[in-house]
Design a protein around this ligand. Structure first.
Ligand code: B12
Length: 333
C-alpha cells in the first residue's frame, strides 16, 4: 500500500517514511515511488496549483504528503483520483459532489456518465493494438491505407478524431504510455499533411477567402485538433496559414495583418487550465479589429461558457463547412 497521511499520519508532518522519503530529492522531482510535486501534478492534470490548495483546505482532498522542505508531494493513489476527478469535472460534475467520494464510486460515476468509453469499432481497436504492441510501421501503413481509401474528409471524421479520443482513453486507463501518444501524433500528422498537401498547393495564390490562421495558444501543446480543422478548412476552399502549436499572443497579433487574415482559428484541449483559455481569448478579442473573426474548437470545458461577441465556438469538425459558407455569405464573396 502507498504510504499516505491516512495510513501513516507521521508523514503529514514531513517525517521520513523509512524509505528515504525525507532525503530523496531526485524521487521528489521525478515523482517516482514517493509522490509527485505540485507543479508536475498541476501540469499533468490541467488544474492550477491554487485549485489544488483550495480543494485541500475546503474538501480535505487531496491530502498530500510533505517533503522535508515542506513541499507538497502527491502519492500515486491521489494522482489517480485527481485524474478521475478532472475528467468528471470536464463532463460537468461539481467539485463538492465528486471530491469526497472514493475512487471506486468515482469510477462507477464515470462509467454511468459514459466518460472514457469508446463506441465499439473493431478497426479502430486494431489500430490501437498495433501501436500498443510496438508494430509502428504497420500502424503507419494502416493509417495511410485508410486515409487513401476513404479520402481526407471521411478519414478525419471517422478515423482521426475518434482514434485520438481512443488513444487518450487508453492512456488514461494505463494501457498506453505517453511515448505511444507521441508516436500516434507523429503518424497522424504525416498522414494528414500528405493528404492535404496537393489541395493546399492548388489553392495557394488563387486569392481564396476566408484566409484562416490556425494555431494554439501558449500552454496548449495538443496540435491534432487544429490540424484536423485545417484539413476541413482546406476542403472548404479556404487559404490556411498554419503556425503550429503554442504561439505567443503577440506573435499571433503580428501575423494577422501580415497575412491579411479573416479568421483566427484556435484549438483548446481539456488539458489547458480554464482561466488561461478565458483570459487568452478575452485578450485576443480586445486586441483584434472586429473584422477578424475568432473561431474556437476543442474539448476544453472553458468553451462551454458564453463568450463575448466576435468569438464563435464551433462544435466539432463537421460544422466547419457550413460555418465557412455562412461567413462567405455575410462577407458576400
Ligand atoms: C496526442 C495527445 C498528446 C500528445 C500531443 C502531441 C501533439 N503534437 O499534438 C502528447 C504526448 C504531447 C500529449 C501530452 C499530454 N497530454 Co495529451 N493527449 C493526446 C490525445 C490522444 C490527442 C490530442 C489532441 O490533439 N486532441 C485534440 C483533438 C483531437 O480533440 P478535441 O480537443 O476533443 O477536439 C475535437 C473537436 O472539438 C475538433 N477541434 C479541435 N480543435 C478545433 C479547432 C477548431 C477551430 C475547430 C473548428 C474544431 C476543433 O477536433 C477534435 C475532433 O474530435 C488526447 C486525447 C483526446 N481525447 O483529445 C490526449 C489528452 C488531451 N492529453 C491529456 C493529458 C492529460 C496530457 C498530458 C498532461 C499528460 C500526458 N498524457 O502525457 C500531457 C500535457 C502536454 C502539455 N504540455 O500540455 C488529457 C487531457 C485531460 C484533461 N482533462 O486534462 C487527454 C484528453 C487524454 C485523456 N483522456 O486524459 N498528449
Amino acid at each position: 500500500m502507498t504510504n499516505t497521511p491516512e495510513n501513516n499520519p507521521s508523514l503529514k508532518n514531513g517525517a521520513s517514511d523509512g524509505n528515504g522519503f525525507g532525503d530523496a530529492p531526485a524521487e521528489e522531482r521525478s515523482g517516482v515511488g514517493i509522490g509527485i510535486g505540485i507543479g508536475a501534478i498541476s501540469h499533468e492534470i490541467g488544474l492550477t496549483k491554487d485549485t489544488l490548495r483550495v480543494w485541500e483546505r475546503r474538501y480535505g482532498f487531496p491530502q498530500p504528503l510533505r517533503s522535508t522542505g515542506g513541499e507538497r508531494l502527491y502519492p500515486q493513489e491521489q494522482v489517480t483520483k485527481l485524474r478521475l476527478v478532472k475528467r468528471l469535472l470536464d463532463a460537468g460534475h461539481r467539485p463538492s459532489k465528486v471530491l469526497p467520494q472514493s475512487i471506486a464510486l468515482l469510477q462507477q460515476l464515470a462509467e454511468d456518465s459514459g466518460i472514457g468509453q469508446d463506441a465499439p469499432d473493431v478497426e479502430l481497436d486494431r489500430l490501437v493494438e498495433l501501436l500498443r504492441v510496438g508494430r509502428y510501421d504497420d500502424f503507419r501503413f494502416e493509417l495511410l491505407k485508410r486515409a487513401t481509401r476513404e479520402g481526407l474528409e471521411h478519414f478525419v471524421l471517422d478515423v482521426a478524431a475518434p482514434l485520438s479520443a481512443r488513444i487518450g482513453n487508453a492512456w488514461a486507463a494505463g494501457t498506453l504510455q505517453v511515448y505511444h501518444e507521441h508516436l500516434f501524433s507523429e503518424a497522424m500528422q504525416v498522414t494528414l499533411r500528405s493528404l492535404m498537401r496537393p489541395l493546399s498547393e492548388a489553392l495557394r495564390g488563387r486569392g481564396a477567402h476566408p484566409r484562416v490562421l490556425l494555431t494554439t495558444m501558449l500552454g496548449e501543446a495538443h496540435g491534432l485538433g487544429i490540424l484536423m480543422a485545417e484539413a476541413l478548412f482546406t476542403l472548404a476552399g479556404c487559404e490556411c496559414i498554419a503556425l503550429g502549436t503554442q504561439t505567443p499572443t503577440q506573435d499571433i497579433l503580428d501575423a494577422i495583418p501580415a497575412h491579411k487574415v479573416d479568421i483566427l482559428a484556435l484549438s483548446f484541449s481539456a488539458s489547458m487550465p480554464l482561466q488561461a483559455v478565458v483570459n487568452g481569448l478575452t485578450d485576443l478579442r480586445q486586441a483584434l479589429p472586429a473584422t477578424v473573426a475568432i473561431w474556437v474548437g476543442g474539448s476544453s470545458p472553458a468553451l462551454r461558457r458564453k463568450f463575448p461577441d466576435g468569438i464563435l465556438m464551433v462544435k466539432g469538425l463537421a460544422p466547419i463547412e457550413d460555418a465557412v459558407a455562412e461567413w462567405r455569405h455575410s462577407a458576400m464573396l
